[in-house]
Ligand binder design. Structure first.
Ligand code: FPP
Length: 247
């Protein structure tokens, strides 16, 4: 049996989360501890992402969402922002065929319209290519902020009220969700953050309302498929009560 098959056998399939979200933190620290440039950490991070997406495909996870670039990341030095944008572009070009062959459905969350026309075209091409796929829903949050997403949804609903398309009383959780970038996706069940910090950092604030949280000190470039399976199996043993008394 291959190492991959051994690993997949370890996954507790009876209680898989439907939607896993990941804050891929620690690329910079991983690089500087090794005397490398931060960009080397981001490049290593892309390799980790590839491996984790493969596990998600192999276990037939319903949805995987990763935080690739926050609305606050523009504050980083120009050279780092440029490098990250270059990585997105390279990643899409290199990976889109394989993702498509694996039946992945790709979606971007966030203010994509603020990226260069070139990147927007690549995003459009890749998502169009995969639009009829039925496998893992793979979402990349880029130029994304949870508060910003909620504000944009509120603005869209307010304009519908102002032109009389809906009334204020129509606004319930379901209608609100339909205006979020994640519309149609299940809520986040498991939120993983690597590299030791224990915070949510403006990621999927609405969607992670009842998410189980899993933190690890491992920096993202070293996060392995084995540790991903550990997180999934840990989730399988959580007692989820959603504010009620539980089972
Ligand atoms: C956090 O590490 C990571 C990011 C801000 C970028 C995440 C990007 C990738 C994993 C690669 C690109 C992604 C795609 C989809 C191609 P950090 O730089 O904040 O690390 P630090 O906290 O140690 O400084």
């Amino acid at each position: 049996m291959s190492v991959e098959d051994e690993l997949l056998k370890r996954v507790d399939k009876s209680k898989l989360p439907r939607h896993v979200a990941i804050i891929m933190d620690g690329n910079g620290r991983w690089a500087s501890y090794r005397g490398l440039l931060r960009s080397a950490g981001h490049s290593a991070g892309v390799k980790t992402l590839k491996k984790i997406l493969t596990v998600a495909v192999n276990i037939n996870l319903e949805a995987l969402t990763v935080y690739a670039f926050s609305t606050e990341n523009w504050k980083r030095p120009h050279s780092e922002v440029d490098f990250l944008l270059h990585l997105f572009s390279e990643y899409l070009e290199k990976e889109k065929r394989e993702m498509h062959e694996k039946n992945v459905q790709l979606r971007f969350l966030g203010r994509i319209e603020e990226f260069s026309a070139g990147i927007q075209n690549q995003i459009r091409d890749a998502t169009t290519l995969m639009k009829n796929n039925t496998g893992v829903k793979f979402n990349i949050a880029a130029n994304y902020g949870g508060q910003d997403e909620i504000l944009r949804a509120a603005q869209k609903l307010a304009s519908k009220v102002s032109i009389g398309k809906i009334s204020t009383r129509d606004i319930d959780a379901e209608l609100f969700e339909s205006e979020l970038d994640t519309h149609g996706l299940p809520p986040v069940d498991l939120l993983i953050r690597t590299s030791g910090d224990m915070r949510i950092s403006n990621f999927l604030l609405w969607q992670a309302a009842y998410a189980e949280l899993w933190f690890t000190n491992t920096q993202w470039p070293e996060f392995s498929p084995e540790e991903f399976v550990d997180a999934l199996n840990n989730f399988a043993n959580r007692d989820r009560r959603f504010g009620g008394l539980g089972s």
